[in-house]
Ligand binder design. Structure first.
Ligand SMILES: C[S@@+](CC[C@H](N)C(=O)[O-])C[C@H]1O[C@@H](n2cnc3c(N)ncnc32)[C@H](O)[C@@H]1O
Length: 330
């Protein structure tokens, strides 16, 4: 399907929607994904303000071991992380709430600056304001950007950062949301963005235990289900669609062959949805695939890092889960 531009989009059922307010990348990817078989939408679009808030609630669930394990791991690595270069520019990819960031900043020697990169703009700015209060003397910047596209330094930052050692930080196992090919592309992009001599710390979940994985992505209170359905609410609001989010069931599946958890929205009955002048039909039991979370054991992740031009330097494993922090160098 040819991606449409904002100028050609005429949502017939949403008179309040101004076509010039439509994000063309969002519209194109949703139209393309709903036209495909199987239907799919990239998980990046989960993160409007509400999506970011719901993700924060997920991180506090008992079932969601990832945040707890990675936070405990970082807390125990203070001495190890202090071996990273002093006076560094710290750059976090997909920073979200930046709640793990103080554990890194406190461990480093006199970091010079912190730049948080996230696609969820309002939430990013709010998180960065809170971090600035905690580190009043640190130069703190928010960069609202899509990290799957080539990243560019704002002119005002570039000169400073070029003079400083650079430490990238990519926690939360967000790397697992990429296919292996996309992960290599992303890691290669970070290598180019951070430049020669850079360091990169990546949090990676390698859990293969289905009994632990499934509840983490389908919790008893239904927070993950609400997070998944919020994508449909967002499509309704921003693209003028008429999804009934409650008419879709949240489903989490483990695909052992691909070592990944998948999240889907399943239509229990046939239904039709209108979006930007087009109709999309869901058959009974058909799903919309909304997220992959690949689970990379240590050796598998190291191969991806190598392929992207990074050298694995060291890694540490959490005490209570197969959650690792990898230190890569260029
Ligand atoms: C799984 S959450 C992890 C948040 C946080 N780093 C943590 O460890 O809890 C993924 C984060 O990446 C951001 N994100 C997702 N896709 C993105 C993209 N294409 N470009 C920039 N940020 C993105 C989301 O807004 C969200 O904050």
């Amino acid at each position: 399907m040819t991606p449409q531009t904002a100028a050609t989009l005429h949502p017939p059922d949403a008179p309040d929607l101004d076509p010039t307010d439509i994000n063309p990348a969002f519209a194109a990817q949703v139209l393309e994904g709903l036209s495909a078989h199987p239907k799919h939408i990239p998980c990046t679009w989960f993160y409007d303000r509400r999506g970011s808030e719901l993700f924060e609630q997920i991180t506090e669930l008992n079932e969601y071991y990832l945040t707890r394990s990675e936070t405990a791991l970082l807390r125990g690595l203070r001495a190890e992380l202090s071996r990273l270069p002093a006076g560094a520019a710290v750059i976090e990819f997909g920073s979200g709430s930046s709640r793990k960031t103080p554990l890194l900043l406190d461990a480093l020697n006199a970091p010079a600056s912190y730049t948080a990169i996230d696609i969820s703009g309002d939430f990013l700015r709010q998180s960065v304001r809170a971090l600035q209060l905690r580190f009043p003397r640190l130069a703190v910047h928010a960069l609202e950007a899509d990290f799957t596209a080539p990243l560019r330094w704002p002119a005002a930052l570039e000169a400073d950062v070029r003079e400083q050692p650079r430490i990238g930080f990519f926690p939360g196992s967000t790397i697992g949301n990429f296919t292996p090919e996309q992960a290599v592309r992303f890691l290669h992009g970070t290598a180019l963005f951070l430049g020669p001599g850079a360091h990169l710390l990546v949090g990676v979940d390698g859990t293969q235990d289905k009994a632990r994985l499934l509840p983490a992505y389908d919790d008893a209170r239904g927070v993950t289900a609400a997070f998944n359905r919020n994508l449909l609410t967002r499509i309704n609001r921003e693209l003028g669609a008429d999804f009934n989010p409650q008419a879709f069931r949240h489903v989490a599946r483990f695909d052992a062959a691909h070592s990944r958890i998948e999240m889907h929205l399943l239509s229990p009955a046939p239904q039709t949805v209108q979006l930007l002048g087009q109709r999309f039909t869901f058959a009974e039991g058909e799903t919309l695939h909304t997220e992959n979370s690949y689970k990379y054991p240590v050796a598998m992740f190291q191969r991806l890092a190598h392929a992207a031009g990074w050298t694995p330097h060291q890694h540490w494993l959490a005490a209570d889960a197969d959650v690792a922090l990898h230190w890569l160098r260029r």
